[in-house]
Design a protein around this ligand. Structure first.
Ligand SMILES: *[C@@H]1O[C@H](CO)[C@@H](O)[C@H](O)[C@H]1NC(C)=O
Ligand SMILES: *[C@@H]1O[C@H](CO)[C@@H](O)[C@H](O)[C@H]1NC(C)=O
Length: 391
């Protein structure tokens, strides 16, 4: 009996190995990423090494970290798959096949992909509905030369691998709202992406540049936002967190800014923070003109393991405070494990305690040593991936 028992256990063991061999992809993710010579950051490592990522696009929703948490509300059985086939735009009566039809008209969980490379010139701001994912991986999608993206009173949105640039201010007018009903929208500044009273928003791997106002504005009570792996360049005002000095609701704003690449030719606001809290970690700063990180109205900042490379000419100081340095203690600007090159400096708040992000388990991530920041931000921005290869 004893030997038979052992035999059984042995047979089970063999079976387990056979099953493991059958069901394991040819190479483990970690092995594959080593083979292609890339060191990936924690978000990318969650999906990029999978050679079958095109068939498993929704895996991305489980890869987010920081205040946005996981995007699992964006996937599931009731997900609608929508493919953009037509680059044209009608702001009031969008045709099926256009981006606006998928992003504003269709309600519920929608995962938007693109049939081919395309350049989309929006006639008015695109108001994205809750539970929408815009996934530009595998194609080259530009949103450019007129209106750009707005998230207005909506939640649970992913914007991934899109090039957004040359955005222009828009006069007031009628436009398809995020609830599939035409609304009247006031004057809009020329921002690439603007959040207005939005929450649980993940902006990952986009390339943003040369817009009339800013590249990414988080305003009017928006919170629970993660801005990761983006490439911001050629811009005066890069990123605004907090609407205006009088908008105290932004005190609750929480934003994670991680693995982004700023520059070349960015002037200021990377980010500019009002009222709320930002955890800015593992970003690469290739110079600035006025400053890199600034704020007003007692903002809190934990700047952690970023690489700040000062410009050759202009200010070497990373931070800026609206009222100068006389009320320095009102600003909670802390720098932890940051690295400074080319003479960069960082005026920190004296005394006090570094405000911890207090992430939950699914929001948390390991902030890596600043030595790895260059390599971990190397593939920031929208991806160039050929039809066959890995991204
Ligand atoms: C933000 O996320 C937290 C959980 O991390 C949640 O308690 C809070 O309600 C969220 N805020 C909004 C406005 O959705
Ligand atoms: C995290 O918790 C501590 C202790 O409660 C608090 O002082 C700090 O402000 C919190 N951080 C944020 C970003 O709210």
């Amino acid at each position: 009996m004893a030997s038979q028992g052992t035999n059984n256990i042995f047979m089970r063991y063999v079976l387990a190995i056979v099953i493991a061999i059958i069901f394991t992809p040819k190479l483990s993710f970690a092995k594959q990423s080593k083979l292609i010579g890339l060191k990936m950051n924690m978000i990318d490592e969650c999906w990029r090494p999978n050679p079958e990522w095109r068939r498993h696009r929704q895996q991305l929703a489980t890869c987010s970290v920081g205040y946005v948490g996981k995007m699992t509300n964006n996937i599931g059985k009731d997900l609608i798959h929508y493919k953009v086939t037509d680059p044209n735009d009608d702001p009031i009566n969008p045709e099926p096949g256009t981006l606006r039809y998928g992003a504003s008209v269709i309600q519920g969980k929608v995962w938007i992909t693109f049939q081919r490379d395309m350049q989309i010139r929006l006639m008015k701001s695109l108001l994205i509905s809750s539970f929408t994912t815009i996934d530009g991986r595998g194609v080259n999608v530009h949103i450019t030369d007129n209106a750009c993206l707005m998230i207005f009173k909506a939640t649970d949105i992913i914007i991934h691998s899109i090039r957004i640039h040359n955005c222009k201010a828009q006069a007031p007018g009628m436009v398809m709202g995020p609830n599939g009903k035409v609304i009247s929208l006031g004057q809009v500044d020329g921002d690439a992406i603007r959040l207005v009273t939005a929450s649980k928003i993940w902006i990952d791997h986009n390339t943003l540049y040369e817009s009339e106002d800013g590249l990414l504005d988080v305003t009017r009570g928006s919170t629970n936002v993660t801005i990761s792996n983006n490439w911001f360049r050629e811009q005066d005002k890069v990123m605004l967190l907090g609407h205006d000095d009088g908008y105290v609701r932004d005190k609750n704003m929480k934003v994670t800014v991680v693995y982004n690449h700023f520059g070349p030719n960015c002037n200021q606001r990377m980010p500019r923070i009002r009222h709320g809290y930002a955890h800015v970690a593992n970003n690469l700063y290739l110079g600035w003109v006025q400053y890199a990180i600034g704020g007003s109205m007692g903002p809190s900042l934990k700047s952690e393991a970023n690489l700040f490379i000062a410009p050759n000419v202009g200010s070497k100081e990373v931070t800026w405070r609206k009222d100068g340095y006389k009320n320095v203690d009102k600003w909670e600007f802390y720098s932890v494990r940051d690295a400074f090159e080319n003479g960069a400096s960082f005026v920190v708040t004296k005394g006090g305690r570094v405000p911890k992000p207090n992430y939950s388990k699914e929001q948390g991530f390991k902030v890596v040593d600043v030595k790895s920041v260059r390599s971990l931000t190397k593939s920031s921005g929208a991806f160039k991936c050929s039809k066959t290869s890995i991204c």
